[in-house]
Design a protein around this ligand. Structure first.
Ligand SMILES: Nc1ncnc2c1ncn2[C@@H]1O[C@H](COP(=O)(O)OP(=O)(O)O)[C@@H](O)[C@H]1O
Ligand SMILES: [Mg+2]
Length: 282
């Protein structure tokens, strides 16, 4: 798709130095999101809140990247930058070879529709629409005909185990089922990137694990890049890399291989495994 372009735009954004321990991981991978010097300041009354203080980050196509950090550390803000929902105060974000700041509003919306799928903590599915209609909507907005969109929506709902629930509205579904509708919808237009902002935040431990399983399963099957903001330690087990941000700055970036010991010591095991920790949820 935008493969060749991204190499150029990487240069435009400047090559990021990759630490030696991560060079083998980076080798042969294509950069799909590139953030350089990204800051975001909010003005609240007379005060300036510095939510992001200069983020430099390359995200590789097909990886499962978790952004960890305490509440208020800037995860959602960074996330909105990557998804083109918000604009940096300074710095640049390149997504799939395109510098977001160079796009008009309409072009940004088109890029989001075609290239990025969103999953939010609060599901954000449309209450008056059935599951099928919710999943079909982004395809219809992208220009697909109704019959094809509905058929693909049904297939996607089946892939997340909701084949029988297509005609239910959100208020007839549990939280976990609603989140699965949101997952199906995020995959609707075969996006290159899925942005998931605390997708298990409102769910109990078991359901959260199921959601992570569906998300990682679908992403691997389809080679989709997952960027997930989370403070759910169960997500670490499926993450290829974990970026920890603290107070608006990157604190560290770790590979899964570097995390194994920690995951073991938390006692979480693999998602979907039988050894889910009791009482692990806040
Ligand atoms: N719209 C906003 N107006 C003012 N301050 C904001 C706004 N959104 C976020 N912030 C502030 O920016 C910081 C980072 O917030 P956020 O990105 O939501 O953190 P996280 O997602 O990690 O919990 C916090 O201090 C928060 O209060
Ligand atoms: Mg947040």
């Amino acid at each position: 798709m935008a493969g060749q372009e991204s190499a150029e735009s990487n240069q435009a954004a400047g090559t990021l130095a990759v630490p030696p321990s991560h060079q083998a991981y980076a080798r042969g991978r294509r950069v799909i999101v590139s953030a350089r010097g990204v800051t975001r300041e909010y003005r609240v009354g007379g005060e300036v809140v510095r939510a992001l203080k200069g983020i430099d980050l390359d995200i590789y196509a097909g990886e499962y990247l978790s952004i960890m950090g305490p509440s208020g550390s800037g995860k959602s803000t960074l996330f909105n930058m990557v998804g083109g929902l918000d604009t940096p105060t300074q710095g640049s974000v390149v997504v799939a070879g395109v510098t977001l700041a160079n796009l008009t509003r309409v072009e940004q919306a088109r890029l989001r529709n075609k290239c990025i799928g969103y999953i939010f903590q609060s599901y954000n599915i449309i209450p008056v629409m059935t599951a099928i209609q919710n999943v079909a909507l982004p395809m219809l907005l992208g220009g697909m005909d109704v019959a094809s969109a509905n058929m693909k929506a049904e297939q996607l709902l089946e892939a997340v185990g909701l084949g029988e629930r297509g005609h239910h509205r959100p208020d007839q579904l549990s939280g976990g089922q609603q989140q699965r509708v949101a997952i199906a919808r995020a995959f609707a237009n075969d996006p290159a990137i899925i942005l998931a902002d605390e997708p298990t935040g409102n769910l109990d431990t078991r359901t959260g694990e199921q959601i992570i399983e569906y998300l990682s399963g679908l992403s691997r099957k389809r080679g989709v890049t997952i960027i997930s903001a989370t403070h759910d330690h169960k997500m670490l087990a499926v993450s290829d890399r974990v970026v920890t941000i603290r107070d608006g700055a990157i604190d560290k970036i770790e590979l899964r291989s570097e995390l194994n010991i920690k995951i073991g010591s938390i006692g979480g095991g693999a998602p979907g495994g039988a050894d889910a920790q009791p009482g692990g949820e806040k």
